[in-house]
Design a protein around this ligand. Structure first.
Ligand SMILES: NC(=O)c1ccc[n+]([C@@H]2O[C@H](COP(=O)([O-])OP(=O)(O)OC[C@H]3O[C@@H](n4cnc5c(N)ncnc54)[C@H](O)[C@@H]3O)[C@@H](O)[C@H]2O)c1
Length: 252
């Protein structure tokens, strides 16, 4: 049997119950990685885990609410307990909703920033000692919204901008260690996030039309090779980057 890119590697994938996180889990499993799958949606997580096992992969499912910092910090030690090492962290999970700025409560704000920024930070913080030991990597999933003022997404867009700077700040702090820390910024992806989102009353559509992808949306599988490239040896020259994969949304 020929060698696979992530043979003998262990990866944590958050958001693994659905969409891009699930597709990322399948892509890592196909390339030989052993996986810790995390998501708040326990049923979706089990479905992903079952498919990974069917593919002949090794994985454990960890139902996790990423807005709970202690639960985030538990993921890396669990990976090491289960598989003896940790090579990759992929923070794919995300929380998204449209709201008028006047309707955003402290609870809604904290939920969005908790899942999209604070959670990834505490997953990475507890993983860093293991990743440094293994010359491993982090891939965070940001968004084109990090780079654009985005009406009705004050909480989401600001959380993704923070995630990009979190990526760069950690990359600088650990520039003298062998760990690599990067992000990707997709545009529209055909997943539950975009298809299942409700639109609040009174939205001015003339303000949001400019974000619709002129070249259409990506399928989750269109983006997984970019994530694997950044996570593994093909990405060895890339550190502290956020790679746009938005079909031109932020081009102009
Ligand atoms: N769909 C898009 O158009 C789009 C565009 C740009 C960026 N993104 C980003 O891509 C990533 C993946 O999203 P997707 O499109 O696959 O959407 P998705 O809704 O299919 O998947 C998001 C996953 O995050 C999980 N999640 C939400 N809150 C959580 C919590 N508190 N704890 C743990 N898990 C939680 C959900 O259960 C779900 O499985 C997200 O970070 C998202 O912000 C998506």
């Amino acid at each position: 049997m020929s060698a696979k890119e992530f043979d003998n590697k262990v990866a944590i994938v958050t958001g693994a119950a659905s969409g891009l996180g699930r597709a990322t889990a399948f892509a890592f499993a196909a390339e030989g990685a052993q996986l810790v799958l995390a998501d708040v949606d326990a049923a979706g997580l089990e479905a992903t885990n079952a498919k990974v096992q069917e593919m002949g992969g090794k994985a454990i499912a960890m139902p996790t609410d990423l807005s709970d910092a202690a639960a985030c910090s538990a993921l890396a030690p669990k990976a090491v307990e289960a598989f003896g090492q940790l090579d990759v962290v992929c923070n794919v999970a995300g929380a998204f909703r449209f709201d008028h700025a006047t309707a955003i409560t402290p609870e809604i704000w904290d939920r969005i920033h908790g899942v999209n920024v604070r959670g990834p930070f505490f997953v990475i913080q507890s993983a860093l000692p293991y990743l440094i030991e293994r010359a491993g990597s982090v891939v965070n999933v940001a968004s084109a919204s990090a780079f654009l003022g985005h009406a009705y997404l004050t909480h989401y867009a600001s959380s993704k901008a923070a995630l990009v700077n979190l990526t760069k700040s950690l990359a600088m702090e650990y520039i003298q260690s062998p760990v690599r820390i990067n992000a990707i910024a997709p545009g529209g992806i055909n997943t539950a996030m975009t298809m299942g989102t409700s639109i609040p009353e009174g939205i001015d559509f003339s303000l949001v039309g400019r974000y619709s992808p002129l070249r259409g949306s990506s399928e989750p599988e269109d983006l997984t090779d970019l994530i694997l490239m950044l996570a593994g040896p093909r990405g060895k020259s890339i550190h502290g980057a956020c790679l746009n994969a938005d079909r031109g949304i932020t081009a102009g």
